[in-house]
Unconditional design. Structure first.
Length: 89
């Protein structure tokens, strides 16, 4: 009986940890990171993303939309800035 109780308790803790990490809100910075890594559908990654941003074929608004976030110019500029700064390093 102790084994069953401990197992159920472990699953309850694991479940609550999983729910709390997936419930975290996606931020514009996270969206930029996901875009850079190629983890947003329809957004190219790495050097292609950098070239597309520079050529205005991809915008911060596109990245926000692909991430499912509210599209606004302030966050879009932030994302573009983060990705430009990332290219300098």
């Amino acid at each position: 009986m102790t084994f069953i109780t401990r197992t159920a308790s472990a699953f309850a803790v694991l479940g609550s940890v999983f729910v709390s990490t997936t419930a975290l809100a996606l931020t514009p910075f996270n969206a930029a990171t996901l875009a850079y890594r190629g983890q947003l559908e329809g957004i190219p990654s790495y050097q292609v993303l950098q070239a597309d941003l520079q050529g205005r074929r991809v915008t911060g608004e596109d990245i926000l939309e692909a991430a499912g976030l509210e599209v606004n110019r302030s966050d879009a500029r932030f994302i573009e800035s983060v990705l430009r700064d990332n290219n300098r390093n």
